[in-house]
Design a protein around this ligand. Structure first.
Ligand code: PRX
Length: 655
């Protein structure tokens, strides 16, 4: 497949914006980078002024590393900025076009969405939620999920969205950590034609969550309006979303909150076994979500904008809900899988809803490549004017394919680098200014100080090193929920006062950034962050597993997949030897049960020993070499070099 692109790639071509695009872009002044850098605070104050504040701030930034406060003393409300402020001028504009996997379509104008959110905010109040309370949201991609988030924001409650693909245990851990008072869920959601039983999973989680007082359940009806009645409701605890909404008033003035009031927490994987609750606050987060949406996606009043992320991830927070709605855009939400009922569902959606801006992940693009260009070619994609990529490095082949077959060699591609912690896009082309290069996220967004540093913190102008952000930015995480030490240690201890991203990157002669992936024990599997320790803990939790080590290995579609090396307990040896396939499947299922299907190892290798240093540290580098069939690197620090040789032999045999 790569061959057809060789010529293009070898030219090392860059793709400058077309004259048309440059002329009409929201930002086309190349000096914007210098201007923003010369007065960073003034620049970010300018952006915040485009939001509506109840009371303006007294001071733009207070920076006491590693703690930042932005727009100090200002008060605002995020849901007001996403809804109320649009009502006068575009109350009848479509805010959300939702399509369920079975094909039903629901549309909400800004006025209707405002009404839903106001009502549900009153519902939350009626069950005792007050400002500062944590509310967990475990839902499929239905409109009620976005309503729930905005309703929390409306009354100053803190939402903690948990991806609907996570297991009961993963949900339980996140609810317990956040001490959430209320859980909002749904009976189920559609995935590849089947109902995913979310309420059932939620029940299992909540059984061990004493902090939860009420569970609010949205009914997922099918395209034919049939209700999913497979769920059981617990008296006194569980309430139907539709019942509560029926009697709720639609008058709910927003609760004005301090700029630094917590808007949400979102759990993400790190280098330890336990996911961490990343904390974001209102003023700074919303400012960057708004600003980046406007410039990176070049949002215009007539755009139909579709970001395919689930609201369970940060991309769904910043670029499905807050960013586009703060801009008054029309947002497409699609509940289901890209290959259901056929592999051209995304292209069908673009054709049907006349999507103009499309933002997805490289893993999806690689799957589309595999399915063939005939599928997009048989649909009318002429409405598209801009494409985006996020979540993992995009390989140049996938970039070119995206450019050629989806963008018809006409649409600029914005490859956007950022993280749950950064709250918004940090490195990205600006489509009216930046000449793009396939595989490079190009340059830091104006006002963002990203640099490549060496171990000591010296800046590397051209070459590779660690990606760091050297000045505070408004949407930076404000901490890890309940764990200030880890916040300090994880992000700020490598170089004092400088944010360490955990990513490696290099810079070319033009100053362009090329992301190289994680340098810590976090894997990026199909664009999802998973800690090696998390998967290892899940494996060791299995009664027949004594020890486990995981590494990320290259995968054609997912970018990275998980390979697990497992030492089996005596009691499991027989099963592991006699029916290794069954044993492997059992372990995979166990991981899915503990974390979720996204964390299932691709490959499990049973081994008698693991390569360790003399101090007992597992040498993952060697495991990666073995799993990817490479020559082994330096083995002199190993306690027992024979372990790795026999392991390599065994792995090669099985492969
Ligand atoms: O390794 C980087 C990768 O995804 C990580 C952040 O994951 P998460 O917090 O789940 O947020 C994903 C959505 C923003 C980063 O540390 N990553 C994200 N975007 C890119 C990327 N790697 C390369 N290129 C990107 N555009």
């Amino acid at each position: 497949m790569a061959n057809q692109f060789d010529a293009l790639l070898q030219e090392n071509r860059s793709f400058p914006p077309s004259d048309d695009f440059r002329k009409q872009a929201n930002v086309s002044d190349p000096d914007i980078y210098q201007k923003a850098a010369a007065d960073r605070e003034g620049y970010w104050a300018g952006w915040a002024k485009e939001l509506d504040w109840e009371k303006p701030w007294d001071k733009v930034l207070e920076w006491e590393p590693p703690y930042a406060k932005w727009y100090v003393g200002g008060t605002l409300n995020a849901s007001y900025n996403c809804l109320d402020r649009h009502l006068e001028e575009r109350g009848d504009k479509t805010a959300i076009i939702w399509e369920g996997e079975p094909g039903e379509v629901r549309k909400f104008t800004y006025r209707q969405l405002h009404r839903e959110v106001s009502k549900f905010a009153n519902v939350l109040k009626s069950v005792g939620v007050v400002a500062g309370d944590r509310v967990a949201i475990y839902m499929p991609l239905i409109v009620e999920a976005a309503v729930a988030m905005l309703a929390c924001a409306r009354i100053g409650a803190v939402h903690s969205v948990v991806f609907g693909g996570f297991s009961a245990e993963a949900l339980r851990d996140r609810i317990q950590d956040a001490q959430a008072k209320v859980l909002i869920t749904a009976t189920s959601g559609y995935r590849r034609g089947a109902l995913v039983p979310l309420k059932k999973t939620a029940d299992a989680a909540v059984a061990e969550c004493p902090s939860i007082e009420k569970v609010i359940v949205a009914m997922r009806r099918s395209a034919t309006e049939e209700a999913d009645e497979t769920v059981s409701m617990t008296d006194g605890r569980d309430l139907w979303y539709h019942d509560l909404m029926q009697s709720a008033s639609d008058d709910c003035p927003p609760t004005w909150v301090d700029s630094e009031h917590m808007l949400f927490t979102l759990y993400t994987s790190g280098t330890t076994g336990k996911p961490k609750g990343i904390v974001h606050t209102t003023g700074g987060f919303l400012t960057v979500a708004y600003a980046t949406c406007k410039w990176v996606f070049d949002l215009k009043p007539n755009d139909v904008y579709w970001c395919t992320a689930d609201i369970g991830w940060v991309t769904g927070h910043s670029y499905v809900v807050y960013g586009p709605l703060a801009n008054g855009a029309t947002v497409v939400l699609y509940e289901g899988a890209p290959d259901w009922p056929k592999k051209d569902r995304f292209w069908e959606l673009i054709e049907k809803h006349k999507v103009t801006i499309f933002y997805t992940a490289p893993t999806a693009i690689r799957a589309f490549m595999k399915w063939g260009e005939q599928l997009p070619q048989s649909r009318d994609l002429s409405s598209l004017r801009l494409l985006g990529s996020v979540g993992e490095p995009i390989n140049p082949e996938a970039w070119i394919w995206y450019h050629k077959y989806i963008g018809n060699e006409r649409c600029p591609i914005v490859d956007t680098w950022w993280q749950t912690e950064t709250g918004g896009i940090m490195i990205t082309p600006l489509p009216g200014i930046t000449a793009t290069k396939p595989g490079s996220a190009t340059l830091p967004f104006p006002g963002i100080d990203a640099q490549i540093l060496d171990e000591k913190g010296n800046a590397i102008e051209v070459g590779g090193g660690y990606l760091a952000i050297t000045s505070p930015w408004p949407s930076m995480l404000r901490g890890i929920w309940g764990d200030p030490e880890r916040y300090q240690q994880q992000y700020w201890s490598k170089w004092p006062g400088i944010y360490f991203t955990g990513d490696g990157a290099k810079r070319d002669e033009d100053g362009y950034f090329w992301l190289l992936g994680r340098v810590d024990d976090v894997m990026n599997v199909a664009g999802h962050r998973i800690g090696t320790m998390e998967v290892e803990s899940a494996l060791v939790d299995h009664q027949l597993v004594a020890e486990a080590a995981c590494v990320g290995i290259s995968h054609e579609i997912k970018g990275t997949a998980i390979a697990a090396f497992v030492i089996v307990k005596e009691a499991g040896r027989e099963l592991a030897t006699n029916d290794p396939a069954k044993f492997e499947q059992e372990l995979k299922n166990h991981v899915a049960e503990k974390i979720g299907a996204i964390a299932k190892p691709e490959k499990i290798l049973i081994t008698a020993d693991l390569p360790k240093t003399r101090s007992g540290k597992i040498m993952r580098r060697l495991l990666r070499d073995i799993a990817e069939g490479r020559a082994l690197g330096d083995v002199t620090t190993l306690a027992d070099p024979t372990v790795v040789a026999s392991l390599k032999e065994k792995y090669e045999e099985e492969a």
